[in-house]
Design a protein around this ligand. Structure first.
Ligand code: HDE
Length: 724
């Protein structure tokens, strides 16, 4: 029977049901071998006597050990370290005007999704808080097949042509002679490459900004990067850029904080995502599109096909067209997060490609890489990768084939199989590529419209707040400071000069260098025998001087949902202030952890209070803010704890909200920021640069909540770097 495209209907559970079929639950079951034989002793191998040699005959031992020996698969060449979650997506209103993609046409359809976030450069076991781009890959299990949106949290890329990808990745990965440094771009080869390959400059600015240090995977934006195509039922196409906008806002940590988190808890982001979902705090993103009609292709100062360029939101606003909610953690990391295989070429009717040369090259790489990573061509049969739309074709056999194809025919056209499976006509939802007109010479060339390497780097830098700009300067000083070859540092200063002279000289000052006078920016994206002048990178004067959407300082700061607040306490704590402030924070959706010197705690009124962490097992860098409740004995005890004072000093250094109730002010007076405390007036709440002190717990809580919502008080940094 000829199958029609399945009618769309709410079916978010379909993928879960599919996964359930492959779920194994051992509860109440006997231990068995892989052949189903029950095992009665899994503690001892079979031996020639209790003290004798192990016998080769022990098939149970051999099966177990052989399986174990092969438990690892090659990690991803890039994006090896990842964390993932299941969820759902729903469009707000039909987008049929622009695309015929079924899941974007019907607001009643809930599409299951699986999302994997990742860092790019580090290995599987590397830290979450590396300065790096974050992968943001979404697999939509639509009724018309899988659509993978394999994006990043930065909207542009380092290179314009896929042929440079192996070079770029070799340069950023640990250096080949000693495999150092892990998960870091702060080394010679990365800066050598990007200083010679100036098309990277825009992306370098993003990577050196706080965008590369997200506070949480739940608080970062996502971008499809390339310009894609939407095609509607009439065959009319428009260009489209994809965005994810987090409903928790866009927030980052600072570099010193990031480095400390890496030491204290290198799984910080992974745990944060997992715990939020376990707590029912489901992360949400709105799906955004920037749509450009075909006829407007050439109306911009940059080329829409150039993946090192954004379309500023001032020029084409982002339309928020739907929402994604992540609501279930994977059951098994390997089976799901590790084995999921994304591919930019997984599209559904209504979504199509453009000639962006980076996109085109990616179309090859993603299937190819799975062949060695997942061992063969049948990785689409692994449960996490399987489409919920039925799969019928004449592809057969290969390693680890799961499907048992019945019948005699495995070719098309056939008559012995009744002609099945049929090709789907247009009315049946068959995919047909957008018939773009192509009439050109076959060349190895880059379009001259790709040679503006600097204008959007400048736009990005100019759009940052003062604090954000300073962080970029610091990041560049740090990274180039780790570069051993002086010529590379100097070359990079020449590149930075193209972005902003002030930026270049500030970085140079930190490095103890002077920005070289004559910029010799050589573009290497040219054939060896070409006339170099024609290919010099240029800076097109951008008519847009600033774009508000590029600065995280403009992101809404009106919520403290899921922020983690530390309560520093010791025996004798004033239970009333602890409870009042805690309740107020919880009511706003924040998370509170009680941190004490030891694992037990008794309040002044002799109540047992649950301790979540001790000063030994946690650190200030793992929280967004600190509160110290009152209680003379508690405060006196904390004053004796160097770790408690350090906790506060570090929180201050990292520009976080800090609050003390009543007599807890004494503890703040022991810190290095004692001189910067707000004046405490008995009945009022005093607040200064995110430090809130007061003796009315309700009032204090209100002010503290506002301070936590501000995320960070970067103005503290202006007064110089502080010890902690
Ligand atoms: Fe990827 N990329 N990439 N990439 N990429 C991979 O595929 C590649 C690029 C991105 O969580 C690999 O399955 C080439 C841009 C993400 O599993 C590999 C080029 C963007 C992930 C590959 C790029 C991305 C990958 C490695 C230049 C943002 C992780 C393992 C032409 C739009 C997906 C794998 C996951 C993974 C190739 C550039 C995003 C080797 C050749 C631009 C989020 O196939």
């Amino acid at each position: 029977m000829k199958e029609k495209a399945v009618a769309a209907g709410p079916d978010a559970n379909k993928k879960d049901e599919d996964l359930q079929k492959n779920t194994e639950i051992s509860e109440g079951q006997f231990l068995t071998s892989n052949q189903g034989v029950r095992i009665n002793d899994d503690q001892n191998s079979l031996k020639a006597g209790p003290r004798g040699a192990t016998l080769l005959e022990d098939f149970l031992f051999r099966e177990k050990m052989t399986h174990f020996d092969h438990e690892r698969i090659p990690e991803r060449i890039v994006h090896a370290r990842g964390s993932a979650a299941h969820g759902v997506f729903r469009v707000y209103e039909s987008m049929s005007k622009y695309t015929k993609a079924g899941f974007l046409n019907d607001p009643s359809v809930e599409t299951p999704v699986f999302v994997r976030f990742s860092t790019v450069a580090g290995s599987r076991g590397s830290t979450d808080l590396a300065r790096d781009v974050r992968g943001f890959a979404v697999k939509f299990y639509t009724e018309e097949g899988n659509f993978d949106l394999v994006g990043n949290n930065i909207p542009v890329f380092f290179i314009q042509d896929a042929i440079k990808f192996p070079d770029f990745v070799h340069a950023v990965k640990p250096e080949p002679h000693n495999e150092v440094p892990q998960a870091a771009s702060a080394h010679d080869t990365f800066w050598d490459f990007v200083s010679l390959n100036t098309e990277a400059t825009h992306m370098v600015m993003w990577a050196m900004s706080d965008r590369a240090l997200p506070r949480s995977l739940r608080m970062m934006e996502g971008f499809g990067v390339h310009t894609f195509r939407f095609v509607n039922a009439e065959g009319t196409a428009s260009f489209v850029k994809f965005h994810w906008k987090p409903l928790l806002g866009v927030h980052a940590v600072g570099w010193d904080e990031a480095q400390n988190i890496s030491g204290k808890d290198s799984d910080f982001h992974r745990k944060d995502l997992y715990e939020a979902i376990e707590n029912g705090d489901y992360p949400e993103w709105e799906f955004g599109v920037q749509i450009v009609p075909e006829e407007d292709e050439h109306k911009f100062e940059f080329d829409l096909l150039d993946p090192t360029k954004i379309i500023p939101e001032e020029l084409v606003p982002v339309m928020r067209i739907g929402k994604m909610t992540l609501n279930r953690n994977p059951d098994n990391f390997f089976a799901e997060t590790e084995q999921v295989a994304f591919h930019i070429g997984h599209v559904v009717p209504g979504i199509d490609f453009t000639n962006d040369p980076l996109l085109q090259g990616r179309l090859f790489s993603y299937t190819d890489t799975q062949l060695s990573r997942l061992g063969g061509p049948n990785f689409h049969e692994i449960p996490i990768n399987r489409s919920i739309a039925p799969v019928h074709n004449n592809q057969r056999d290969g390693i680890h084939r799961m499907t048992i194809n019945k019948g005699k025919s495995s070719y098309h056209p056939n008559s012995v199989g009744g002609g099945c499976p049929f090709q789907a006509g247009k009315m049946d939802g068959g995919f047909s590529s957008y018939a773009e007109k192509i009439d050109s010479r076959k060349v190895r060339e880059r379009s001259a419209s790709f040679f503006d390497h600097f204008s959007q780097a400048t736009l990005f830098f100019n759009s940052q707040s003062e604090a954000e700009q300073m962080h970029i300067v610091d990041a560049l000083r740090f990274e180039l400071g780790k570069v051993e070859t002086v010529e590379i540092r100097l070359r990079m200063l020449m590149v930075l000069k193209q972005v902003d002279v002030g930026l270049a000289s500030k970085v140079a000052y930190g490095l103890g260098l002077t920005v070289p006078e004559t910029p010799e920016i050589i573009n290497h994206a040219i054939p060896a025998d070409a006339e170099p002048k024609a290919y010099q990178p240029v800076k097109v004067e951008s008519s847009l001087k600033k774009s508000a959407a590029l600065s995280m300082s403009n992101a809404p700061k009106d919520s403290i949902r899921t922020r983690k607040i530390a309560f520093l306490v010791a025996d004798g704590v004033d239970e009333a202030s602890l409870t009042t402030v805690k309740q107020a924070l919880l009511a706003e959706g924040a998370m509170v952890e009680v941190i004490a010197p030891r694992g037990v705690l008794v309040s002044a009124n002799k109540k047992d209070i649950k301790v979540d962490k001790t000063l030994l097992t946690t650190a200030s860098v793992l929280y967004d803010a600190v509160f110290v409740p009152g209680g003379a004995t508690s405060v006196a005890a904390l004053l004796e704890e160097g770790d408690a004072v350090h906790f506060l000093n570090e929180a201050y250094k990292h520009c976080k909200a800090i609050s003390a109730f009543n007599d807890a002010r004494k503890l703040l007076e022991e810190t290095y920021f004692a001189k910067k405390l707000p004046e405490h007036n008995e009945d009022k709440v005093a607040m200064k640069e995110g430090v809130v002190i007061g003796s009315n717990a309700d009032e204090l809580a209100k002010h503290f909540i506002k301070a936590v919502a501000q995320h960070r008080f970067w103005e503290r940094e202006k007064k110089g770097k502080v010890p902690a």
